[in-house]
Every structure is written in C-alpha cells, then in structure tokens.
Design a protein around this ligand. Structure first.
Ligand SMILES: [Zn+2]
Length: 138
C-alpha cells in the first residue's frame, strides 16, 4: 500500500524532519497532539507507532486497514514465490559480476584484445545479473 493512502485516512498529518516520516492524530484514542508516527522504509514497508501506547492493530482497525496493508504488494508476492537465494546474496553476486565486467573493460582500455572466453564471461555476467533482478521481481 502507498503511504499516501494511509495518510489520507488520518487527520492533522504533518511531515516530520526525517525523510519519509509523518505525524498525525492517532485515530485509536482521543488525540489532541499528533502522537501517531507513520514512516516508510526504503523497501516500501510502512511503520506506524502511537506514542500514547495504542496497539498498531487498534490504530489500523480504526482506519479500516490491516497489517497486510503496511506491506508493499511486491513483498506480498515474494511469500508465494520461493526465492532461490536471499536479497543480500543477490546483491553480492551483482557486485562480483560487475567487477568482472570492469576487469574486462580495463583490458579494452589498455588496448588489449578481448578474448572469446572473456567476452563469453561478460555475457554470462550480464545474464546472471538479469537473473537476480528477475527473481527479485525487478
Ligand atoms: Zn493512540
């Protein structure tokens, strides 16, 4: 769910000084000073917290939402599709494969010939990177 949809159901929404963080009146208790914080993480998950102590479930119930609504649809799809590796592993692989491409670019820059084997390795590196992106749904 987009954070804007959640914010649109809250009152007195204010942007805080932090990136992607907002404050609003908590819908689950008589709130006069905004005590609900709503933040969006870089992976699209949304965190809510009432500083007066309301449970997140109560807050969500009050605006007709559930915990699933705090997760981006993309993450929801991940549950059903089992990934053959973790995202961290995928990022490491991309880092490794890109260093191979860089090494080959270094050869070319020095005026060396790119061997058939090295060219095939670049093709393989690119296909591995694309494979990681595909599996991660990107
Ligand atoms: Zn509250």
């Amino acid at each position: 769910m987009n954070i804007d949809i959640i914010l649109s159901r809250l009152n007195k929404v204010q942007k805080t000084s932090k990136l992607n963080e907002y404050k609003a009146l908590c819908p689950a208790h008589e709130d006069k000073n905004p005590s609900l914080s709503i933040g969006e993480l870089s992976d699209g998950r949304i965190l809510i917290n009432c500083f007066a102590g309301c449970e997140s479930k109560q807050v969500l119930d009050s605006i007709g939402l559930s915990f699933e609504d705090l997760f981006p649809e993309k993450l929801g799809d991940f549950k059903s599709e089992k990934k053959p590796f973790s995202s961290n592993h995928g990022l490491k692989l991309i880092g490794y494969e890109s260093s191979i491409i860089l090494a080959c670019a270094g050869f070319l820059r020095e005026g060396k010939e790119l061997s058939e084997a090295n060219f095939s390795r670049i093709v393989e590196a690119v296909s591995r990177i694309q494979n990681v992106l595909r599996v991660c749904g990107l």
